[in-house]
Design a protein around this ligand. Structure first.
Ligand code: NAP
Length: 236
């Protein structure tokens, strides 16, 4: 896909991996819609995109709320007049043993990491089908392929997201929608706080590396779909 002038929506675009993806797509000439809860962070990213001469729109929304998630997509499509690329990146993790994990933490992870992806995707599908050549990219994790102590809730959301994403890929390819699941290892962001299983090594993956990989996958010709990518630190 030629990214120039395509309309792309990135969830969790205010910081970390989502911010890097939004910036990379804007550099390639996409019109980028930014969403997350923190308006200030979205405004900062939008400012950076506008400073590069890019076109962007911010739509603050709490994606754990069905109405806000669906309205966010409707507003984006209405204001930008279409949608070609949906990046489901927003997510969070609480890392504790099952014995200590709070129900509110479990529910929030499932609500944002999995349920919100269903909501945004379902709301976007008619528009992505209409575009004929379009993309859905879901940011899962290597935690969606592995298990570890303190990761029961988070890994369950990401294993679930990979399953959702792969079923979606099989359903939507006939409409020209390519679905890519990205599974990064530990990335250098503020994600997860002190309990997360992050490497303390300097060689940790940077958010820009995830963004560059996604740009490469989108650029592949329409006949070819890269459907899942693992991204690992070379020397963890
Ligand atoms: P991050 O820096 O904490 O960013 C998370 C983003 O998600 C923020 O923009 C946040 O914005 C948004 N978000 C959280 N809850 C939300 C809600 N209820 N509604 C709307 N937006 C919400 O984390 P990150 O490291 O960039 O992670 C991005 C994605 O990559 C996540 O899905 C994560 O699971 C995945 N991942 C991360 C790593 C890693 O090591 N960092 C590795 C593998 C996969 P607000 O708080 O303003 O809403």
């Amino acid at each position: 896909m030629d990214i120039q002038n395509k309309i792309a929506l990135v969830t969790g675009a205010g910081r970390g991996i989502g911010r890097a993806i939004a910036m990379a797509l804007a550099k390639e000439g996409a019109k980028v819609i930014l969403t997350a809860r923190s308006r200030k962070q979205l405004e900062d990213v939008a400012g950076e995109i506008q400073a590069m001469g890019g076109e962007t729109l911010i739509i603050p929304a709490d994606l754990s709320d069905e109405k806000q998630a669906r309205e966010m997509i409707a507003t984006a499509v209405r204001q930008m007049n279409g949608l070609h690329i949906l990046i489901n990146n927003a997510g969070l993790g609480y890392f504790r043993p099952v014995a200590d994990l709070k129900i509110e933490e479990w529910d929030e992870m499932f609500s944002v990491n999995l349920r919100a992806v269903f909501l945004t995707t379902q709301s976007a599908l008619p528009h992505l089908r209409h575009a004929k050549e379009s993309f859905i990219i879901n940011i899962a994790s290597l935690a969606g392929k592995n298990t570890f102590v303190n990761g029961a809730g988070y890994t369950a959301t990401k294993w679930g997201l990979r399953a959702f994403s792969q079923c979606l890929m099989l359903e939507e390819r006939q409409y020209g929608i390519r679905v890519l699941t990205v599974c990064p290892g530990s990335v250098d962001t503020s994600f997860g706080g002190s309990g997360s299983p992050h490497s303390s090594k300097k060689e940790i993956i940077k958010p820009e590396d995830i963004a560059d990989t996604i740009v490469m996958a989108i650029r592949m010709p329409q006949r070819t779909m890269v459907s899942e990518i693992d991204i690992r630190p070379t020397n963890p």
